[in-house]
Design a protein around this ligand. Structure first.
Ligand code: HAM
Length: 403
């Protein structure tokens, strides 16, 4: 038997209900905030991710589904959504047009990670990207939008917040961190030795316990911000407080992608095991420029749909639409005609086989229909249809022409 690849799952039945309920809810809220849908290809030039997510990141270094296509192009399945949206933004010359552009998207992403609960090789994200606003109010607004989506889905979360500084303060911080790492060269793990030369701040989220203890004494990002980054971070905290968004500061939150500056955040859940990050994002003011566009401030986030699915509190399901069946084989044609007629306005399930009433009622219940509508030989004769309301259990017979 051929099975799906490891870390790649089908979505169907009850999962699919949750999946579409999530997309519908998040879409409605993103549109309320003025975001427009964007779809970008699943396959992009590998260089796009090397230049945006960063060569030193685990994603580009180890996790890309990368191959040479039949035209000798070096391509890969997208590991995340931001890079493609930025590419599209520049390709459509929206950077040159100026103004504010806000997009949302959802779809599959691919990372060749070691699969475990909550960690897949194909997973789905819902994300938003806002271009053209450098105000910290926009950072706060995307965080509040994310909080709104989670609230609407009945999901509890913890928000972790940090500032990564900008081109004025980050290089200086990096230098002091590197000299700290140099002075502890013998104590840090192999991964951190490598990170020290590729992207030193990534050492801060090293999972090695010895490193973590050591980094308690490392210089802190937040103590090294320049005036403007510090003012923005203070303002962000105040806006969130004023809007009842609870957060904790995590000075070691550096995110796994290289394009961030200033605001970085993660939403985590205590209810889904070790892969607890349900969403993450931040500001990335330099990425448009890195990808050869006109410098444009930007901020966004992405949510991991599979991780959220088990947390969603689904609304109570109500019975909907009609179930139509025949008790007499001679009435099946009529049943099919009536079903087609009703489907113009309602959800209809139809049974093609003649069955007895008890069996029909059982099937109607399984289909979660509100009305079970049956034509037997009597009804066929006097051109009526028997209807039972499965909610309030009332029954009646009406003329077929009134159905
Ligand atoms: P990210 O933190 O890499 O950010 O991914 C966002 C979310 O996708 C995570 O919080 C997690 O819920 C989910 N996720 C990531 N990897 C997996 C996996 N292997 N299996 C299941 N779920 C996963 C980004 O992708 C950025 N593009 C977010 C962003 C948008 N920043 C600015 N704009």
């Amino acid at each position: 038997m051929i099975k799906s690849l490891r870390g790649m799952n089908d979505i169907l039945s009850e999962d699919y209900e949750r999946f579409t309920y999530f997309i519908d809810t998040a879409t409605k809220i993103a549109q309320r905030y003025g975001y427009h849908f964007i779809e970008t290809p699943l396959l992009e030039e590998t260089l796009l991710f090397k230049r945006s997510v960063g060569e030193s990141s685990d994603i580009v270094g180890k996790e890309m589904y990368q191959f040479i296509d039949k035209g000798e192009n070096d391509v890969c399945l997208r590991p995340e959504g931001t890079a493609g949206v930025v590419r599209a933004f520049i390709q459509k010359k929206l950077d040159k047009a100026g103004g504010v552009h806000r997009f949302f998207y959802h779809g599959p992403m691919f990372r060749y990670e070691r699969p475990q609960k909550g960690r897949l090789r194909e997973f789905h994200q819902f994300g938003v990207e806002s271009f053209g606003v450098d105000s910290v109010y926009e950072d706060a607004t995307v965080i509040m939008m994310l909080a709104d989506i989670l609230k609407c889905l009945g999901i509890d979360y913890k928000l972790q917040l940090n500032s990564l500084g900008d081109k004025n303060c980050m290089p200086q911080y990096r230098e002091s961190l590197v000299s700290f790492l140099d002075s502890h060269e013998d104590e840090i793990c192999q991964d951190c030795k490598r990170r020290k030369t590729t992207n030193p701040i990534r050492v801060l989220d090293c999972k090695n316990e010895n490193c973590q203890t050591l980094y308690l004494d490392a210089p802190k990002l937040l103590n090294n911000l320049c005036r403007s980054c510090e003012d923005d971070f203070e303002a962000l905290k105040k806006i969130l407080q004023n809007n009842d968004i609870v957060y904790e500061i995590d000075t070691n939150l550096v995110r796994g992608l290289d394009y961030y500056s200033k605001t970085a955040f993660e939403f985590v859940s205590n209810d889904i095991g070790s892969q607890s990050a349900i969403a993450g994002g931040g500001r990335y003011d330099r990425l448009v420029e890195y990808l050869d566009g006109r410098p444009t401030p930007a901020v966004g986030f992405a949510m991991g749909i599979q991780r959220l699915m088990e947390l969603i509190v689904m609304p109570e399901e109500t019975r909907k639409g009609y179930y139509i069946g025949a008790m007499d084989a001679g009435a099946v044609d009529l049943v099919v005609n009536l079903a087609q007629h009703k489907r113009k306005t309602d959800k209809v399930s139809v049974e093609y086989k003649a069955k007895n009433l008890q069996k029909h009622l059982k099937s109607a219940d399984k289909a979660n229909a509100k009305f079970c509508c049956i034509i037997g030989s009597d009804e066929l004769k006097d051109e009526t249809i028997w209807i039972k309301n499965l909610e309030n259990k009332t029954e009646n017979k009406i003329d077929i022409k009134d159905f």
